[in-house]
Design a protein around this ligand. Structure first.
Ligand code: SF4
Length: 279
């Protein structure tokens, strides 16, 4: 792992997905196989593989809390602000300390139980929500996909946050058709989740053929579905699954947001607000 400290001028950046984003790191050791953020390498000139480098952002300038008054602040869109290096560097904690009294809507996204270290700060904030990605209950599949916290740890983390009155979002993403048992995940977690977000697997990135190879090797019986959707471009089965999820949520009073139409959602200005977009 290549670890470097880099000075930056400001932690706040204007974001297309929220009004502001804070990414305390560049790179992400969670190394999710389907990570869309790996495109960052193009801009940061890292020769290493995605997941093999991390830049620790150091910034002396205090966050201008006036600038984010009444705004959405998304933490983090192209890294995990609670990646394992946060335990040592505490950059995210330092940022939260600055945001405690800020009058903004803070949305934190992570796959790491380390967020519980900062429960004392989160509890003091007026408007904060935490989204954790969970797309399987099968720990073997999870291990094949990422190096973040186990599913059990993520669910325990969401439960603890909810018990402490932090708004919890289970971000079911990416949903692998035929592999992600979305109904079982909802049933397992619905007592402590305030809102679900659903997003289908998007294979636009360079990881497309790695994922397809993986499905072919490990789930050969459903590979034809993947071939149909992701190679031939026939998305009907995705739309059917989307409708099934919506119906189920509507019938069972499940609070949810649906992001199955990734590109359409991003391009829709109406949805360019926090909680109505992807990252
Ligand atoms: S946690 Fe997010 S940013 Fe990190 S590797 Fe996974 S998808 Fe990418």
């Amino acid at each position: 792992m290549i670890v470097k400290e880099k000075e930056v001028k400001d932690y706040l950046t204007k974001s297309k997905i929220g009004e502001y984003a804070i990414n305390p790191y560049v790179g992400c050791p969670h190394k999710c196989r389907y990570c869309y953020a790996s495109f960052m390498k193009r801009f940061t000139n890292h020769p290493e593989e995605w997941g093999e480098f991390i830049d620790i952002k150091i910034c002396d300038k205090k966050i201008d809390t006036k600038k984010i008054e009444g705004k959405n602040v998304f933490m983090s869109s192209v890294t995990d602000c609670y990646n394992p290096y946060e335990a040592k560097y505490k950059i995210t904690r330092n940022i939260l300390e600055q945001l405690i009294d800020a009058n903004c809507r803070l949305q934190i996204s992570t796959k790491n139980k380390l967020i519980l270290r900062d429960l004392d700060l989160l509890k003091q904030m007026k408007n904060v929500s935490v989204a954790m990605s969970v797309n399987t209950l099968d720990e073997n599949f999870r291990k094949d996909m990422d190096k973040a916290s186990s599913i059990k740890e993520r669910l325990e983390t969401l439960k603890t946050l909810n018990e402490n009155r932090i708004y919890t979002i289970l971000f079911m993403s990416p949903i692998f058709i035929g592999i992600t048992d979305w109904k079982a995940i909802i049933e397992e977690t619905k007592t402590y989740i305030n809102e679900y977000w659903f997003e289908d697997l998007n294979l636009r990135g360079s990881y497309k053929y790695d994922i397809l190879r993986y499905v072919k090797e490990h789930y050969s019986n459903i590979y034809p579905i993947y071939e149909n959707i992701y190679i031939k471009g026939n998305r009907q089965q995705l739309f059917d699954m989307d409708n099934e999820i919506r119906d189920y949520c509507n019938k069972n009073d499940i609070n949810y947001s649906d992001y199955f139409h990734h590109e359409e959602v991003i391009n829709n200005k109406e949805n360019k607000k926090l909680g109505k977009n992807n990252w």
